[in-house]
Design a protein around this ligand. Structure first.
Ligand code: ADP
Length: 319
């Protein structure tokens, strides 16, 4: 291959820029050019791209978001738009593509591979919900943002002797809630993967109060219910008054953590290697500290599983 392309798609995550940089630098190391496609699959369909030279990815390793912009592009699910994009790539002598994104973006990469256009997927999402890889780019940074926010909330909770419900991102995956809950010492954590028991949450708060504790932090992943819904239930059920904090989009932003930068560098470089070896339809990931690649179809067949041992542990540690 003489020329490949890279795009970022779906929800952005901190570390995507570091991954783009790794793709460009690794390809350049092998004498291969990289085209940067703007606005995800939207730009792919239209052939909206430019050559990324070594300097163009300088000074971005520490920046959140994505230099190439991202988009949701529903029409890309249709074959004709996929073929249109492949045609644009062929006209520009682009022979392969690195897609950095979540599982929706992987479906696009898979569809292109099936149509004979070599593609690999690099996991970029704060949700940590891609089957086959232990971590995704952006998860660690998001987690640190959440923990920092909860620490601050705890300061005011302590001062005013209030309890807080903190709503974090995670529609289907509870990893952010779970890890942040454990790291910030939350009294209760609600995640989509585990059923919750309101009596248990109430009892934990009451037990704490009996010990002289004046505040509690309860973390709820948005996929379970909203923070205000939970606050309402606690009020109605046990007359427990809580303040609600919805962390929202701050969880997606910020300078990537060291761990995310290193992960992005390793995964981005591996994606280039896989493409240059002539392989397609692969997902890149990390397992037991090793960088791996596997059939991208496994992402759709398997389901991401949060580490439930952490859930049990958090309950034990916040009695
Ligand atoms: P994420 O990649 O973060 O999971 P989305 O689920 O929104 O985000 O997917 C991002 C984009 O991937 C979509 O806007 C669409 O362009 C493309 N995509 C999603 N599902 C498919 C599919 N089944 N076939 C082809 N492309 C898809």
């Amino acid at each position: 291959m003489k020329r490949i392309a890279v795009l970022t798609s779906g929800g952005d995550s901190p570390g995507m820029n570091a991954a783009i940089r790794a793709v460009v630098r690794k390809a350049s190391y092998h004498g291969v050019e990289v085209m940067g496609i703007f606005h995800g699959y939207e730009g792919f369909i239209e052939g909206r791209m430019e050559l990324l030279d070594l300097g163009s990815v300088g000074g971005i390793i520490q920046r959140g978001g994505t230099k190439l912009f991202s988009s949701r592009c529903p029409q890309f699910k249709e074959d004709r738009y996929q073929y249109q994009g492949i045609e644009k790539m062929r006209e520009a002598n682009v022979e392969g593509l690195v897609v950095i994104g979540g599982d929706g973006s992987y479906r696009g990469a898979h569809a292109l591979s099936q149509k004979g256009f070599p593609c690999v997927g690099v996991p970029g999402t704060i949700d940590n919900d891609i089957p086959g890889t232990e971590y995704t780019i952006g998860f660690d940074t998001a987690l640190n943002t959440v923990i920092e926010s909860i620490d601050k909330i705890r300061d005011t909770a302590t001062s005013h002797e209030n309890s807080f419900v903190v709503e974090v991102m995670g529609r289907d995956a509870g990893d952010i809630a779970l890890w942040a809950g454990l790291a910030a010492g939350a009294e209760s954590i609600l995640i989509p993967e585990e059923s919750y028991n309101i009596d248990d949450i109430v009892n934990r708060i009451k037990r704490g109060e009996a010990r002289g504790k004046k505040h509690s932090i309860i973390i709820v992943a948005e996929g379970v219910m909203s923070g205000s819904e939970l606050a309402k239930i606690l009020k109605e059920k046990a007359n427990i008054i809580t303040r609600v904090s919805v962390l929202g989009h701050i969880q997606r932003g910020g300078s990537p953590s060291a761990r995310d930068r290193v992960l992005a560098g390793r995964l981005g470089a591996k994606a280039v290697e896989v493409l240059l070896e002539g392989r397609s339809g692969r997902a890149i990931g990390i397992n037991n500290h090793q960088i791996i690649d596997y059939d991208i179809e496994e992402v759709f067949i398997n389901k991401h599983k949060a580490d439930v041992t952490l859930y049990t542990l958090s309950k034990e540690l916040s009695i």
